[in-house]
Ligand binder design. Structure first.
Ligand code: ZN
Length: 489
């Protein structure tokens, strides 16, 4: 029996490719989740699509996976900001809702996006507000161990007590002290020190507040992830993922406080994986009506969410990816071709693992060779562009048997998370077909004018502008974040 290759992953800790082996048969995986104060834009969703790819690769290798994605429903969205207002409280005030309603609304919107992108549901979605007692206990242990100091704005982690501080981010601590653009926090001893507990300022009463040994306030953002991951996955676990923006600060701080808390001389988590950014660049559609574009917005414009997933998988997760309309149109066309070709093959077998694939291919040498190449691509730090190319080539390859093509299509569906069997060609028709050219700047202006008319309660003018937009085939939806427009076709 052939065994699949070792899974080789780029570990940010040490910045090198390493063979991955979990500590037990169940891979314990933690992904930093969203701060739920607004809709996730398509760039945010790259991180979860990447984590899903990783999870499917782990399953392909025959391991079970226990996956946690946290929901940050209290705390700052911007890691650098230790002071100032809480993003969720700001959103609640703006939208005239309670902080709980805001968090719940955007959490549900996040789940909708995950499902639309065919991301396997995590086993746990812990909410930070449900773990505040544990966070306080965690911080108390850091106090006992002498890693903290208290100032007016709260309890801080003293990074000078951690000789390994910043290793993940390759941070030169002395350099950062001088150069970094970090806010001034009165009393903070070093710019790398960070809040474990954010105390209320005198006279301030937060909408979300808890009592603690350091007064009324709220936990620091970094603390949330350390506590929720350890509570659900155990003190040490296998893989921690997040966007590359977390590599320099959030994850650096998670490691510092967790290793100080554990004090066992072991690395807290062995593998740290980070996905690169999506560049929104000059894409007009990314800025419709001044909004960041969401998966739901793409769908309104006629792009299937799985076309966006395929677009993401067409780039390696560690490469920056430029989002363009042409790129997304190309992905939708590629998805359409794949759906047509796989539909012609009839029912696909259900495959999750390499062993299942090899067993089904049996002595079909052609299919076996392709499965091995797919395994090689997956094992080479999740080379999804290569898997896509192998799939496309195989479906065109007349020397492959039809059963062999079926197995290869099923393997690709499993590792890429593209459920060909559940899609019809009609689901992925060209987005813009039959629609006339549209001047986006003009539409943006009409939408803005209408919003201005509404603000000044000039309903007649607002209605007239809406009619004008309708004439152009543009539909305007008023959301809590302002108007969003889409082609109504
Ligand atoms: Zn986190």
């Amino acid at each position: 029996m052939t065994v699949s290759r070792p899974l080789r992953l780029f570990n940010s800790l040490g910045r090198r490719i390493e063979d991955f082996e979990p500590a037990t048969d169940v891979v314990r995986l933690y992904s930093c989740g969203p701060t739920v104060y607004s809709y996730a834009h398509i760039g945010n969703m790259r991180a979860y699509t990447f984590a899903d790819m990783l999870r499917r690769a782990l399953l392909w290798k025959g391991w079970q996976v226990e996956h946690v994605i946290n929901i940050t429903d209290v705390g700052h969205a911007v890691a650098e900001a230790e002071l100032g207002e809480d993003k969720i409280e700001v959103a609640a005030a703006r939208e005239r809702r309670s902080v709980e309603e805001i968090a719940e609304m955007y959490t549900q919107a996040f789940f909708t996006d995950l499902a639309a992108l065919n991301i396997l549901p995590a086993h746990h979605y812990p909410r930070a507000t449900q773990y505040v007692d544990e966070m306080i206990a965690f911080a108390e242990r850091l106090v006992e161990r002498g890693f903290t100091y208290e100032i007016e704005s709260g309890l801080y982690f003293d990074t000078s007590k951690d000789p390994g501080y910043g290793r993940l981010g390759l941070i030169d601590v002395s350099g950062q002290l001088e150069g970094a653009r970090v806010e001034e926090v009165p009393g903070r001893r070093a710019k790398t020190d960070f809040a474990l507990w954010r105390a209320e300022a005198p006279g301030q009463i937060r909408a979300m507040r808890w009592n603690s040994p350091w007064g009324w306030g709220a936990p620091g953002w970094h603390l949330e992830c350390s506590v929720m991951s350890m509570m659900l996955l155990g003190e040490h676990f296998d893989i921690h993922t997040g966007g590359v923006d977390h590599r320099q600060l959030h994850h650096v701080n998670e490691i510092a406080q967790s290793e100080a808390y554990l004090g066992d001389g072991q690395p807290w988590v062995r593998f740290w994986l980070h996905n690169e950014f999506l560049q929104l660049g000059s894409a007009k559609m990314a800025k419709s009506a001044g909004q960041v574009v969401t998966v739901q917005e793409l769908a309104k414009q006629g792009f299937h969410p799985l076309a966006y997933r395929l677009f993401l998988l067409g780039g390696h997760y560690r490469s920056q990816l430029e989002f363009t309309e042409d790129g997304l149109n190309g992905a939708q066309a590629a998805l359409r071709r794949l759906v047509r070709r796989t539909a012609a093959l009839g029912q696909l077998p259900l495959i999750t693992t390499f062993d299942e694939a090899r067993a089904l291919a049996a002595d079909d040498a052609g299919a076996t060779a392709v499965i091995d190449q797919i395994d090689d691509a997956v094992s080479s730090d999740l080379n999804t562009p290569r898997v896509l190319a192998l799939l496309q080539d195989s479906l065109r390859d007349a020397t492959l048997s039809e059963q062999g093509q079926r197995v290869i299509a099923a393997v690709s569906a499993a590792v890429l998370g593209l459920p060909f069997g559940n899609l019809e060609p009609a689901d992925v028709e060209p987005a813009a077909e039959g629609l006339p050219e549209l001047d986006h700047a003009m539409v943006d202006k009409l939408v803005a004018d209408r919003e201005a008319a509404r603000s000044s309660r000039d309903w007649a003018r607002a209605d007239a502008l809406r009619d004008e937009l309708t004439q152009l085939g543009v539909q305007v939806t008023d959301t809590p974040d302002g108007p969003v427009w889409s082609r109504s076709g």
